[in-house]
Design a binder for this molecule. Structure first.
Ligand code: NAD
Length: 374
């Protein structure tokens, strides 16, 4: 910075000493209130004439609404999507897609419905059109997951990346406020880890910062009025950006912890992300100054983004302890072991003792700290 002119000089920018690889994922997006009515046009644009609609049992009405809008382009509705894609459900859905002669799937709902579409795409290569109604972000990633005998396996495959995404904020207006808040913080978690990812790029970092800003602005407005159309639009826009961050980078400690807690203990996905994020971020902040500065800007100048996220969870009545999500104290060591048994990129090295202390603080609902247990 030039002190006299107060201007940033070129040598101040991180690009001066940085090399990176950026690969854009092929992605078509329609965004806007009421865009569900353009779904038939979207299917025509990508050449799909016989789609199977996928949704969860709780959202069967929405699935039927979509089927009606599609008319003869829809060959069935399968309301069987559940969290973490059990392999028997994936198998049944793949058989149903083959039986009705589907040439693609329309997945309407959260990560569970989109995950089921991905399982079918993995087996048959059928293209997916995603219509997300939560903020989880799966529609923006080539990442699939399948759970067999209580063990969740995940992988990347370009065939499971949706061909097209229709973001209609009106569909998310029915998402209950508590789920909206935790789902939004789940999205923020993708952006947080993208900012300090080993394969972070300036392009994705721009999306991450803007995604966090959008969600941090929208979530209090949704908590005040879940039907506020402007807040729903802003939140869905933020979740799109954060989902793109998840699809483009490698996740670190926070996602490893949540993967282990969800897969091994079956804790609820979005709520687990909400509780763990301030703790994982507080731990990583000292080793990630650029990410911390970006998050600070996105959170309205908060000097300690991890502490601010913890405070936001309190302000919005979100869960702040793993104990209240049903985790038993004796499971702390098992998860710490699981998370540190394999190495992965993280800005700060994580020992078994670090993971155990972090989990204990998150389990007990203590304030996040860079040195948990100290
Ligand atoms: P979800 O899809 O299970 O939805 C949670 C509940 O909310 C369901 O009962 C659903 O029917 C209901 N719901 C969804 N939208 C609604 C709406 N608008 N109105 C009323 N009810 C609504 O939960 P999720 O958090 O979106 O997704 C979690 C799953 O997605 C997990 O299995 C997670 O692992 C996976 N996921 C995968 C990726 C990826 O890239 N592969 C990314 C994020 C999440």
């Amino acid at each position: 910075m030039n002190a006299q002119t107060n201007e940033t000089t070129l040598t101040d920018t991180p690009l001066a000493s940085r090399k990176f690889v950026y690969e854009a994922l092929p992605m078509r997006v329609r965004f806007g209130a009421g865009t569900l009515s353009t779904l038939p046009e979207e299917l025509d644009a990508i050449g799909l004439a016989r789609v199977l609609v996928l949704c969860s049992p709780e959202q069967e009405d929405t699935g039927q609404r979509v089927a009606q809008a599609l008319g003869t382009r829809c060959v069935g509705v399968l309301p069987e999507a559940v969290m973490h894609v059990p392999s028997e459900v994936a198998q049944r859905a793949s058989e149903e897609a083959a039986r009705v002669g589907a040439d693609g799937c329309v997945a309407v709902g959260g990560g569970s419905a989109i995950g089921l579409g991905k399982a079918i795409a993995l087996q048959h290569g059928l293209p997916i059109v995603a219509v997300p109604t939560t903020y989880a972000g799966s529609e923006m990633t080539p990442v699939w997951g399948l759970t067999t005998d209580g063990r969740k396996e995940t992988g990347r495959d370009p065939r499971v990346l949706p061909r097209s995404v229709v973001y209609d904020p009106e569909l998310s207006a029915t998402l209950p406020v508590p789920m909206s808040v935790t789902s939004g913080i789940n999205a923020i978690a993708h952006a947080v880890e993208a900012l300090y990812a080993p394969d972070a790029t300036p392009i994705i970092s721009l999306m991450a910062e803007e995604g966090v800003r959008a969600l941090a602005t929208a979530l209090p407005a949704i908590a005040a009025d879940g039907t506020d159309p402007a807040a729903r639009s802003e939140a869905l826009y933020g979740s799109w950006l954060c989902g793109a961050c998840l699809g483009a980078t490698t996740m670190s400690l926070h996602h490893k912890l949540c993967h282990a807690l969800g897969g091994t203990l079956n804790l609820p996905h979005a709520q687990t992300h909400t509780v763990v994020l301030p703790h994982a971020l507080a731990f990583n902040q000292p080793a990630a100054p650029e990410a911390t500065a970006a998050l600070s800007r996105a959170l309205g100048g908060a000097p300690d983004p991890a502490a601010r996220l913890w405070q936001i969870a309190e302000e919005l009545d979100a869960p702040r302890s793993l104990a209240e999500l049903g985790m038993q104290e004796e499971d702390i060591e098992r998860i710490a072991e699981e998370v540190t048994s394999r190495s992965y990129g993280n800005p700060r090295p994580v020992t078994y003792e670090d993971a155990r202390a972090l989990l204990r603080a998150a389990w007990a609902g203590e304030a996040p700290s860079a040195h948990p247990g100290a």
